[in-house]
Design a protein. Structure first.
Ligand code: FRU
Length: 444
């Protein structure tokens, strides 16, 4: 079903660009972050063994479903739902998995029992020395796959440059299962410009961690315009940001933002960088895996962040590893944190690292993976110093229970249910209300 008019870059690019003309990023401020509280409404139950594992031989972590262009879970011929995930062999020490990550896939008829499909790209096709998170949608039988190409192919030592890449291929699906084939050569489609978004080089003067990654495809139902969201840092040399008086000087190295780029051609290869949707200067360095859901005319912007990436000096302390959310009245509206500080989902306080990389779907179910569980108070830094056996035994590397979130009109949220481990619902985007003016303009 075609709910809204197609985006034709030839016809629509200028109109879509104009909507961002004087746009400035919303701010996630220190004062807002100081309102973060762990409450019964945002905390999940403790995870412990035994739990089901999606793969016998692979660790999996960041995950995302194959969707339709509007963000709904795709159901392929044969009745299959598909879930992508970053993967590494189980022989790899959990902390080293990021250095060898490959994108794998699983498919299922009920969104609960998963069949392992293998790696998505033939070895040697993908850009980067490893692949990090992204998103993918299917249109007819073409898959448009956006991912993070980290480092450079063939490098002998891992490096941390991150570029956003596109792969387009064909989906083959029938009663027997799902395959991907006919991949066109992968292309780099977005790199930081150093002005809106920091380059790796600019980051080298200091700071704790760098990002230009995690592309998320988004079609705005109000305008038809098509975008990629991604995790970035504010452009400029690290450490030059002025946090103003009364803020610890080291906070100037914390400049996470949620970037956005507008599609410029019909092949998905050309994109225009736009001012970030949200930035967290002097508040937080990391806004990972940003994603947007439109519901009831409101724009819910979610991101994952870590305790260690909050800027120093926040009172009563840094926020926990968690899913953070913001709401605005339109794509370029002023995003304000849900629940006052932004915290929407976090781990049981006694096991603060048991799950991560939460991804909210259009029906407000939330996927995540089991990270370091049953640490019994051992800090995440200490874990890295413990014997390999301990590290292997306390890493989940599989899907956590899917959560059901509810959002109330006063911009508070509550985890209302926990479903099974790794359950992927049919999650449909609410039928978009077509912008009349725009719809009258188009001829299809
Ligand atoms: C989140 C994350 C992503 C990145 C991936 C790397 O868990 O840090 O931002 O793409 O993991 O493994």
């Amino acid at each position: 079903i075609r709910n809204f008019c197609g985006y034709d870059p030839e016809r629509d690019f200028e109109r879509c660009l104009r909507a961002h003309e004087d746009a400035v990023p919303s701010n996630w401020t220190r004062a807002q972050a100081e309102r973060i509280r762990i409450t019964p409404d945002n905390v999940t139950t403790e995870i412990n063994e035994p739990f089901p594992r999606i793969s016998p031989d692979l660790w999996i972590w960041d995950m995302w479903p194959l969707t339709e262009k509007d963000g709904s879970t795709a159901v392929l011929p044969g009745g299959w739902r598909v879930l992508f995930a970053l993967t590494a062999p189980k022989s790899v020490l959990p902390g080293k998995r990021h250095d060898v990550a490959r994108i794998g896939y699983f498919y299922s008829k009920n969104g609960n029992d998963w069949i392992q499909g293998g790696t998505v790209f033939p070895e040697g096709d993908a850009l980067g020395s490893r692949q990090w998170a992204g998103s993918a949608f299917v249109e007819d039988d073409t898959i448009n796959f956006f991912y993070t190409a980290t480092g450079r192919r063939g490098e002998s030592q891992v490096t941390y440059e991150q570029r956003i890449a596109l792969a387009r291929g064909r989906v083959i699906s029938d009663l027997n299962g799902v395959l991907f084939d006919d991949w066109a050569p992968h292309q780099v489609i977005l790199e930081p410009d150093g002005v809106l978004y920091q380059t790796l080089e600019q980051s080298l003067s200091g700071g704790i961690i760098y990002a230009f990654r995690d592309p998320f495809f988004f079609k705005d139902p109000a305008s038809g315009c098509e975008y990629l969201l991604f995790e970035g840092n504010i452009g400029g040399v690290a450490g030059e940001f002025d946090c103003g008086p009364g803020v610890p000087p080291e906070a100037r190295f914390y400049t996470g933002n949620i970037g956005i780029a507008l599609l410029r051609n019909e092949d998905f290869t050309e994109w225009e960088l736009l001012p970030a949707l949200l930035q967290a200067p002097c508040t937080n360095q990391q806004t990972e895996r940003p994603h947007l859901i439109v519901n009831g005319g409101r724009y819910y912007l979610f991101t994952d962040s870590h305790q260690f990436t909050f800027a120093p000096g926040l009172v009563p302390g840094p926020g926990p590893d968690g899913l953070y959310g913001f709401v605005a009245g339109s794509l370029r509206g002023n995003y304000t944190p849900l629940n006052g500080g932004g915290l929407v989902v976090t781990n049981a306080p006694q096991e603060p690292f048991q799950a991560y990389s939460w991804l909210v779907l259009p029906d407000f179910t939330v996927l995540s993976f089991i990270d370091n569980f049953n640490l019994q108070g051992i800090s995440i830094e200490e874990v890295g110093l413990l014997p390999d056996e301990f590290q292997f035994a306390h890493f989940g590397g599989t899907l956590a229970p899917t959560l059901q979130l509810k959002i109330f009109p006063n911009n508070t949220t509550k985890i209302v249910n926990e479903l099974g481990y790794g359950v992927l619902t049919l999650s449909q985007t609410e039928s978009p209300k077509c912008n009349q003016q725009f719809c009258n303009e188009c001829d299809d």
